[in-house]
Design a protein around this ligand. Sequence first.
Ligand code: ADP
Ligand code: ZN
Length: 732
Amino acid sequence: MIAEVIVDITHSNVDKVYDYGITEGMNVSVGDRVVLPFGYQKIEGFVINTKEKTEVPLGKLKNVLEVLDDIPPLLPETLELAKFVSKKYHALQSEVLRLMIPSQMRGGKVRELYKNFVKQCDIEYGDAVKLIRANAKNQLGLIDAVWSGEKDYTMLADSYGYGALKALQEKNIIEIVQEQVSRVPYEFMETNKQTFKLTDSQQKAVDVISNTEKTVTLVFGVTGSGKTEIYMNLFEQAKAQGKSSIMLVPEIALTPQMVSVLRSRFDDEVAIIHSGLSAGERFDEWWRIRKGEAKIVVGARSAIFSPTENLGVIVIDEEHETSYVSESSPRYNTFEVAKERARISGAKVVLGSATPSIESYHNALNGDYELVEISDRVNKKAMPKFDVVDMKREVKGGNQSVISGYLKDEIESCLNDGNQSILFLNRRGFASFLQCEECGYVCKCNSCDVSLTYHKDEHALKCHYCGQKYVVPRICPECQGKHFKRGGVGTETVVNELQKLFPDSRILRMDNDTTTTKESHNNILQAFRKGQADILVGTQMVAKGHDFPSVTLVGIVNADMSLYFSDFRSGERTFQLITQVAGRAGRGDKAGKVVLQTYSPHHFIYNFAIKYDYKQFYEYEVNARKITSFPPFADIVRIMIYGEYEQKVRSVTRMIYNNMLDLKKNEDKTFSYFNGMKSPIKRIENKFRYQVIARLEGEKREEVIEKIYHIVEKFRENGVVSYVEINPNSMF
Ligand code: ADP
Ligand code: ZN
């Protein structure tokens, strides 16, 4: 027998299938991890196929040395998925296979954890006691403990001593056995058993998803419409049919909450996969899934590669979130991977959001996806009402604070009523832009209609879209004002101001600085949930998914920041963010309220958002995209090229550019935009960055994208990294 093997080395030179012989009697299956002789070393590899014959001459054929696991870690499903991913995104096969199994398994860095347990032998309690001297208190105590069910060796040794354990072992009263124990993430998390009768809308959603012929269903349900309950019902259905489920959440930060909810319903049938777990936890959770002990997997995007057999449903919650597109190699799009996975396994994909991405809603409207809409909250509570505060007036009225007089009053009455409030700051606020102090005007690019980013080192403004550079204006083109300020307010500033305004209030801060460890994030949320603070100040992290029933006030401190961000998705992001943050208010019995602070109180995005009018917003946005040729009507292809030596980077960029220009000549209809330039951030970690950008439209998009990948691969050069991104989230 011959094994076809991918070696676990991520280098394009060895990115091919190697044949290895299998020694008589050695059991090698497809999906196994194996040890191989490779050159002068021993390396690990993955068996992707077995066959009878090989072209490799007998004298040259080497044999598999060892099989590493009891059962093949890779399933036929995940192997097929790996093939798809490596082909679609032109990624190395080894690199893709590494997505399929936890990195801790490679090189045998982590193994199962075994612990000692105490078991009673086949002997009656009375007979056992008779064997012990009456004054051997420890031994007698130990017998009592073991007979009452205690098994933990370490605990028994602590209480009764190793001597007692040894004595009873020698008398054949107990035996000490080694058993594998699972390292369980969030082991002591609180759960809250409760079941609900589904509302009519929830039941309808479940029925539609179960009965539709379509693979993908978009559940467009307002915040608080009970989407999680719908998902859990689908998981129950899958379970009843012996099938497994995968539930994806946009970021690690949201897993603890989801785990708690899922465990309340499904106990230890839930497994967690994400990069924040300890190596041991990850290893054990992964094997629990692979062995079918856990049938419901929850995790961030990489959980789509979980070794679940017989998959029934994949849920992608908060589907509009950008984190579903991987920004490191392999650069995969989770939706595309989920759809392929569903195709392979005959599973269904459910996308959930209160603010679907333009692309998804577009697909739902044109019939590619099934659509379920839920426009009421579970408890029929009204959506929280918006109050818009014009910050220009605030400034004119002499208030220099980031907290308007109106918001201050609202916080005060919220405090007086004993309720909680959340103040949200846009993390994009940290990106610098220039804003007129008088009227709030932000400098924009002439040809792209996106705002410009201020580059301090050059004292210039730049468009991160087309690369155009502008001088900093002396006079505001809107109001002739002479003073510009640099945008960007941090959470710390807000906390300080709050402390001055409300010295007695208890304030929690949550942002990237305060959530550096795996637990800290969860701790802050738990503390807030338990009412240990009155006000939670935070960035994007506080916006999403959380269900805090006693929050009645949400303050959006700097709403405008994402509007000024140089991106065609700025409007969409702003709408989503505002709706999501607002959705944190009034989830309990008391009505909620949202205060939105802005310099552009009449901006059309806000007009849509404060009415919760997603459809109007969608109509507007999708038309704009159509006219300007942006996704979903076009694909943006960015080729990023970077390296230490600028000359080399430039020359690779030029070659790629020229070849793409030739391609464009033949496919001119497909290219709606084409350019090459320095990247907006010219240098990161001493590497020079260049980019070539194309926008493609029409039926030949896919074909042209393939050709672009080939061009980029043709000009690989040592010391220069180049890669292709399709519709990237960030253009820096
Ligand atoms: P969404 O994800 O749509 O924002 P959630 O799933 O967080 O909404 O649900 C909002 C709240 O409603 C949760 O506290 C949940 O426990 C509760 N809930 C969900 N379904 C029901 C139901 N059928 N009856 C009563 N309460 C429900
Ligand atoms: Zn521009």
